[in-house]
Design a protein around this ligand. Sequence first.
Ligand code: FES
Length: 144
Amino acid sequence: MAEEKMKKGISRRLLLAEAWSWLRWLAGGLLLYPVFRFLGYRAPRQPRLVKVDKAVPVGGFALEHDFVLFVDEKGPWAVSRRCTHLGCRLNYQEKEGVLLCPCHQSRFSPAGQRLSGPAEKNLPRFAVSIQREGESAKGYIVTL
Ligand code: FES
């Protein structure tokens, strides 16, 4: 009888030890989950809408802080002013018709294509929608 009680005690003790071990693993996982989640979490980037409150004539351009808006017969388009080499702000050289980087002289076409210089990638293009007043454009909204 006493031997049977002792066996029951040992098996209960083993069961409790095993359960405690699993509980510790579970608690550790629950505590570390938010930390791993935080370390790997990246907030999704929200698109930014920029309004250009002026009509740009066909063949013209508008130089904004983050982009250059061009308009031709086919419609408007916008390219980033951030150089794909190291991120300097590009200037538009109207006479030559190129975007020129003041830092290391990378050159890009108005379409955003890399022409020369240390930059290896083309410029990103942004979506443009036209705000109309009757038949003519009164402004543009660029989605960055
Ligand atoms: S940052 Fe534009 S070429 Fe280097």
